[in-house]
Each structure stands twice: as structure tokens, then as C-alpha cells.
Write a protein of this length. Structure first.
Length: 37
């Protein structure tokens, strides 16, 4: 799996900031990345 990690997604993880939808997307990306490794 190959994808670009957007800086805004990274900031959501670090600061737990954003809407519920933003946080859900950031968590989805993190889980997808960890499974692909």
C-alpha cells in the first residue's frame, strides 16, 4: 500500500484536534498504515 501522509493528518494525531470526522479519518489512516507494514 502506498499513500501520502498529509501534514494536517499528522497534526490531528499529535494534538487530537479537529472535528469528529477529521479524527476518524486520521485514525483510519493510522490503522491502514500500521496494517500495511
Amino acid at each position: 500500500m502506498l499513500f501520502v501522509l498529509d501534514n494536517s493528518v499528522t497534526m490531528r494525531w499529535l494534538f487530537a484536534d479537529g472535528s469528529d470526522e477529521d479524527l476518524a479519518y486520521a485514525e483510519f489512516v493510522l490503522l491502514s498504515w500500521s496494517r500495511a507494514r
